[in-house]
Design a protein. Structure first.
Length: 297
C-alpha cells in the first residue's frame, strides 16, 4: 500500500500541477471560458489511462508459470527505467514546466479549441500511463503472495494517493495552501528511489526464477523465521520497500547497487544549468498572483 500511495501521490501532483498551470494562465489571459476544453482533455486522458492500466493488469493475469515470471520481470524492469528517468527529468527540467506550458497555451489559443484540449490530454495522459505502469510493478513487487487482501491494499493506496493529489492540486490553484514544491519533489524523489530499488530487485528475482539470470542464485540470508515477509512488520516492509525475507545474492547486489548509484546521482545532480537556487521558503502561490511550479534545482 505504501509504495502505491507514494507513486500515485507523486504522479497525481504532477498531473494536477499541469492542469493548474494551464487554468491559471487562461485566467491571467482573461480566457477562462476556454477552461472547459482543458477539463474535457483532462477527463478523456484520465479515462484512457484507467483503460491502459486495466489492460496491463488483465494481460498480466493471462500468463502462468515461466511466462508470468518473464512478463512481470520485464514490465517491472521497464517501470523502473521509466521511473528513474522521470525522477531525474523532473529534477533537472521541472523549473521550465510553467514557461513551456504557457508557450503551448499561447499557441493552442491561436490554433483553436481542440489544440487546447489536446494539450491537456497528452500532458495528463503521459502521467496517467506512467502511473498505470508503476502501479502494476508496485502491485507485483510489493504484494504479499497468496493473500486476498493484497490487491485491495494496493488499490486503496493508489486511490488515497490520487485523491490527496487532487485535493492538494485544487487547494494550490485556489490559494488555499502553500507548498514548497522544491522540497516536495526532492523528498518524494528520494522515496521513489527506495521504492524503485525494491522493484528492481523484484524484477531480477522474477527473471532469475524464469532462468534468464542463472547466477548469484543462492540465498544471501533467510530471516523468514524471525521476520517473515507475509505477516506483521515484514509484510509492512514488503508493502513499502519490496522487502523479501530470503533474497538471492543477485537481488541484494541489485538492490544495493541501484540505491548507491541512482541515489548518489540524485543527491549530487545539479539543477537546471544556469539557474539560480531559490530560497527554501519559496512556495506555490495562488492563480491570483502567479502559480509557482518550480521543481528541485
Amino acid at each position: 500500500m505504501g509504495a502505491s500511495f507514494v507513486i500515485a501521490l507523486r504522479e497525481g501532483i504532477e498531473a494536477a500541477l499541469i492542469v493548474s498551470i494551464v487554468l491559471a494562465y487562461l485566467k491571467q489571459l482573461g480566457a477562462s471560458d476556454r477552461s472547459r476544453l482543458v477539463w474535457w482533455g483532462t477527463g478523456l486522458a484520465v479515462v484512457l489511462s484507467a483503460a491502459v492500466g486495466t489492460a496491463i493488469f488483465i494481460a498480466g493475469a493471462e500468463f502462468e508459470g515461466e511466462a508470468e515470471e518473464i512478463f512481470e520481470g520485464l514490465v517491472t524492469l521497464a517501470a523502473v527505467g521509466v521511473l528513474t528517468w522521470m525522477i531525474f527529468w523532473m529534477r533537472r527540467q521541472g523549473a521550465r514546466i510553467r514557461s513551456e506550458l504557457q508557450e503551448k497555451v499561447d499557441t493552442a489559443l491561436v490554433t483553436g479549441g481542440l489544440a487546447l484540449a489536446g494539450l491537456a490530454f497528452f500532458a495528463v495522459l503521459r502521467e496517467g500511463v506512467e502511473t498505470a505502469l508503476f502501479l502494476f510493478a508496485a502491485a507485483k513487487g510489493t504484494a504479499v503472495e497468496e493473500t486476498a487482501v493484497a490487491p485491495a491494499t494496493q488499490v486503496t493506496g493508489a486511490v488515497l494517493g490520487l485523491a490527496l493529489a487532487v485535493v492538494l492540486g485544487a487547494l494550490l490553484y485556489r490559494g488555499g495552501i502553500r507548498m514548497n514544491l522544491r522540497s516536495f519533489f526532492r523528498v518524494t524523489g528520494l522515496l521513489l528511489i527506495v521504492v524503485a530499488a525494491g522493484l528492481f530487485a523484484f524484477s531480477l528475482h522474477e527473471l532469475q526464477e524464469a532462468g534468464w539470470l542463472p547466477f548469484l542464485d543462492t540465498h544471501a540470508f533467510d530471516v523468514s523465521a524471525s521476520l517473515p515477509d507475509d505477516s506483521g512488520l515484514g509484510a509492512i516492509l514488503r508493502g513499502l520497500l519490496g522487502y523479501h525475507a530470503d533474497p538471492t545474492w543477485l537481488e541484494v547486489v541489485g538492490w544495493a547497487a541501484y540505491l548507491v548509484v541512482v541515489g548518489g546521482f540524485f543527491l549530487r545532480t545539479p539543477g537546471v544549468p544556469g539557474s539560480k537556487s531559490r530560497p527554501e521558503h519559496e512556495t506555490s502561490r495562488s492563480a491570483s498572483t502567479h502559480l509557482e511550479t518550480e521543481a528541485p534545482h
